[in-house]
Design a protein around this ligand. Structure first.
Ligand code: BGC
Length: 414
């Protein structure tokens, strides 16, 4: 019997801002690197050429995002040309027989949104839902929708660590933002289904494997347990019950009600690495994390541990939802294409094993198509199957692209 079903999604994933920037986005002025190269890879102009690369790879699906700040540059303005631009992407994909998967929110916001109604204010809900309805009623031929990319990463970066917009470090505000973001997901789920009755809707949730820094240390083990519960499991529970339970070690759990019970048609999993944790009162939020090359698979250019087995672990966690699972992102930052090839093979092998063991995995999206802007690392880390020269905007195939094309072809037959 074939391990990979015929309709398995072999794809790549991208996000709009990381490829094309946007003058009206919060990030455009947040990171000084972007002042010199606001158009990043110039994908907004070169998108037809880039979509052709998808055809060359032989993928049958493509996950990309809409840049909200291009579509609604001011609260009272919809840019119909920008909407037509994203429709053209969808039309080209359909023409190539590639299934589009559209992400409504992938980290960036229109600047006015963050200034007026950031996520911790209830006004954010109405703003996001207006944008959702506008997009769902305007775009044709999209069945797969991701409402939010990595909602927890938005909250940790923007509200706890402060390293991403709006740059806050405030636990009560982070909980208010969590409630509003997931309220948006629940309501957006209904809006999408109203316009596209056979829609398939999810979030793309970042899942990681956690381990204690020192196995023998009970405090490290406690921290690992707390992190695993919060990061991997609390969202699954919330989709089952409509209640988020946020438990910090040594404090009473907080329960937050959100209208998301059952509001999922599949579950999108983004998986990259394993994280070792320990308590350290001198570190932000009392937690210190590091990545160790314990099993000899190496570290990536960002320093993350390559830990293929972890993908199976998080997929099994996610299977508690009893829904189809799609790996909406998995990839490696590396200048070494051999390392990239190895990473891809090892992770796809894990997916294959999971399928044999009975997990309902419906797709694998490699992150990412061409080198892009990486949120905290700028332009120096290379996730792409194609290399980008950021001075000339030329794209160059790498052996990782050739290998992914081969992988798709050979595994589709197996
Ligand atoms: C995000 C991407 C990011 C990738 C690598 C994911 O968490 O969705 O935007 O580039 O990880 O860090």
């Amino acid at each position: 019997m074939k391990s990979f079903p015929d309709n398995f999604f072999w794809g790549v994933a991208t996000s709009a801002f990381q490829l094309e920037g946007s003058p009206n986005a919060d990030w455009a002025t947040w990171d000084p690197v972007l002042l010199d190269i606001p158009q990043i890879t110039n994908h907004y102009a070169l998108f037809r050429e880039d979509l052709k690369l998808l055809k060359d790879l032989g993928v049958n699906s493509y996950r990309f995002s809409l840049e909200w700040s291009r579509i609604q540059p001011r609260p009272d303005t919809w840019d119909e040309e920008a909407i037509a631009h994203y429709q053209e992407i969808i039309d080209i994909l359909r023409n190539y027989n590639i299934e589009p998967m559209v992400t409504l929110h992938h980290f960036t916001h229109p600047r006015w949104f963050l200034e007026r109604t950031p996520w911790h204010r209830t006004g954010s809900i109405e703003k996001f839902l207006r944008y959702t309805e506008k997009m769902v009623s305007s775009l044709r031929n999209v069945r797969y929708w991701i409402t939010f990319n990595e909602p927890y990463v938005i909250l940790i970066g923007g509200y706890l660590d402060g390293c991403t917009p709006p740059g806050l470090k405030d636990v009560p505000l982070s909980l208010a933002a969590l409630q509003n973001i997931f309220t948006c997901h629940g309501k957006a789920y209904d809006i999408i289904h109203q316009y596209v009755p056979d829609a398939q809707v999810s979030v793309a949730h970042n899942m990681s494997v956690f381990a204690p820094w020192k196995k023998w240390n009970p405090l490290d083990r406690l921290l690992k347990k707390a992190a695993n519960f919060f990061y991997n499991h609390s969202i699954i529970n919330a989709f089952q019950t409509g209640i988020f339970v946020v438990k910090f070690p040594f404090s009473r759990p907080v329960e937050i009600e959100v209208p998301i019970k059952g509001k999922l048609d599949f579950f999108g999993v983004n998986y990259y690495t394993r994280i070792h944790l320990r308590f350290n009162p001198f570190k932000k939020m009392g937690v210190e994390l590091r990545y160790l090359d314990i099993e000899g698979h190496g570290l990536t250019n960002i320093g993350w541990e390559v830990h293929p087995r972890g993908l199976a672990k998080v997929l099994w966690y996610a299977s508690r939802l009893n829904l189809p699972l799609i790996i909406t992102e998995n990839g490696i930052a590396s200048h070494d294409t051999e390392q990239k090839v190895k990473y891809m093979k090892q992770h796809v092998d894990v997916v294959e094993r999971c399928l044999k063991e009975g997990l309902d995995v419906r797709g694998y999206f490699y992150w990412t198509l061409i080198d892009n802007y990486e949120w905290l690392q700028g332009l120096d880390v290379r996730f792409g199957l194609y290399r980008v020269d950021f001075k000339t905007f030329k794209r160059h195939p790498t052996s990782a692209a050739t290998y992914y094309a081969y992988l798709i072809q050979s595994r589709s037959k197996m």
